[in-house]
Write a protein that binds this ligand. Structure first.
Ligand code: NAD
Length: 427
């Protein structure tokens, strides 16, 4: 791979290496994914033609447990992107102390261009192709960008057909009726919300005096925008792939969500019942949203949004990374030099994988928890690990990102060493 997303992602580790006592073996091991699979998925389209899609699954490291990570459907999915996402998952699971390693999967496809039947055939075809690579004790997929509980349900069903036994624990993020967990749909946003609520008082930043811009009004971004506005934060701007909206006095997030669900686009509206009226606002590009004069910026769309080109223009004081890898390492340095606090993806968006872990536990035990139990356990985990990472920033005078990597790396190094020396003589 040349200067790729993965090369950029791994550069984050270099800053953390020197703070943790690690064996050379650990460093060498964590430079490479454990296994990568590229598959072709032939799909019979509704018009009778055959189309072949490219799919991927990367298991990055399984020292701490079976690997875990979502499946992305997007036209830009590549092996480089999937490897980077699998790498981040490895650290995320270690940061949250989940008994998992990291993985990721994806298909290069524009799912919006497929019918529901085509989407189901593609999803089942993907599982046919990777069935020997995954399993409840081996590798457990989950949803990511443009995949959802319906798709996870088809995938679990397909895997169960192949294995000739019901296997709910092979995949998380399923519909509740097929063994999904209550609270999984809001988990990423809820986890990020607990992190924001835990960290902002440390900077004497109170919700009522805090403005927020959210890039990416999807599963994670829209729910987080709502939780923040309910808690008193003023969400002034949101965007989706079509562009954004800005209202100085704050947006009515439940209304914007209602409109987006009905019309597939964000508009500044105020709804009473099913009637939505447009309120005063400005239309923004995604680029303009990123450089707005707000207190908190939340990238919640895709990677590589904050780059060396726009980092000098970012005006927010705090960046909470809900998307995976939204800030390039070059941009990271610029933001750090400018005193902008960046709270990293491997902590901020870890609520999703944490409740995925809870779903897997519930599937394996057969005992299902209430939404309150799920959220309470999530809150406890997010606050505990946020506190530990914060303490590292204080003790070692490093950024939150470096502290999170130090934290994850220590746990990974410990596990790699605990496995002993078999690898020394057996390869
Ligand atoms: P989603 O598909 O529900 O939403 C993505 C949103 O981003 C959509 O509103 C889309 O219109 C918008 N978008 C796409 N391209 C954009 C662009 N160039 N500019 C602005 N907006 C754009 O996906 P999601 O599940 O909310 O995931 C969003 C991010 O959060 C991804 O990086 C994902 O990896 C990360 N994440 C999600 C979860 C989860 O559980 N959903 C967990 C961890 C991390």
């Amino acid at each position: 791979m040349s200067e790729s997303l993965f090369a950029d992602a791994s550069r984050r580790l270099e800053k953390a290496w020197k703070h943790v006592v690690l064996s050379d073996d650990t460093i060498e091991r964590l430079k490479y994914p454990k296994a990568s699979l590229i598959v072709s998925i032939p799909v019979r389209m509704d018009d009778g033609s055959l189309k072949v899609f490219q799919g991927y699954r990367v298991r990055y490291d399984d020292t701490r447990g079976p690997t875990k990570g979502g499946i992305r459907y997007h036209p830009d999915v590549s092996i480089d992107e999937v490897t980077s996402l699998a790498f981040w998952m490895t650290f995320k699971c270690a940061v949250l102390n989940l008994p998992f390693g990291g993985a990721k999967g994806g298909i290069t496809v524009n799912p919006k261009a497929l019918s529901k039947f085509e989407l189901e055939r593609l999803s089942r075809g993907y599982i046919d192709a990777i069935a020997d690579f995954i399993g409840p004790d081996v590798d457990i997929p989950a949803p990511d960008v443009y995949t959802n509980p319906m798709i996870m349900g088809w995938m679990m069903d397909q895997y169960s057909i192949i294995r000739r036994q019901l296997s709910p624990a092979v995949i998380t993020g399923k519909p509740i009726t097929l063994g999904g967990s209550l609270g999984r749909d809001t988990a990423t946003a809820m986890g990020a919300f607990f992190v924001v609520q835990n960290l902002m008082p440390r900077f004497d930043q109170i919700p009522e005096k805090t403005t927020v811009a959210v890039q990416g009004f999807g599963n994670a971004g829209a729910v987080l925008a709502q939780l923040l506005s309910q808690a008193g934060y003023k969400v002034v701007a949101v965007s989706d792939s079509q562009g954004g909206i800005y209202a100085r006095t704050g947006l009515d997030i439940p209304s914007v969500r209602q409109f987006k669900e009905a019309n597939r686009g964000v508009k500044a509206v105020y709804c009473e019942g099913s009637v939505c009226n447009i309120v005063e606002h400005e239309v923004l590009t995604n680029e303009e949203l990123l450089t707005l004069d707000v207190d908190i910026l939340i990238p919640a769309a895709l990677e590589n949004q904050i780059t060396a080109a726009n980092a000098p223009a970012i005006q927010a004081k705090y960046v909470f990374e809900v998307a995976n890898g939204p800030t390039t390492s070059e941009a990271d340095q610029i933001l750090e030099q400018r005193g902008i606090q960046v709270f990293p993806d491997i902590l901020v968006n870890a609520g999703g994988v944490t409740v995925s872990y809870f779903e897997w536990v519930q599937n394996r035990s057969g005992l299902y928890w209430t939404a309150e139990e799920v959220n309470q356990r999530l809150k406890q985990k997010m606050i505990e690990e946020t506190g530990r990472i914060w303490q590292i920033t204080q003790d070692r005078a490093v950024s939150m990102r470096t502290a999170a990597y130090i934290h994850g790396l220590s746990r990974l190094g410990e596990a790699i060493n605990a496995k002993g020396t078999r690898a020394d003589y057996m390869g």
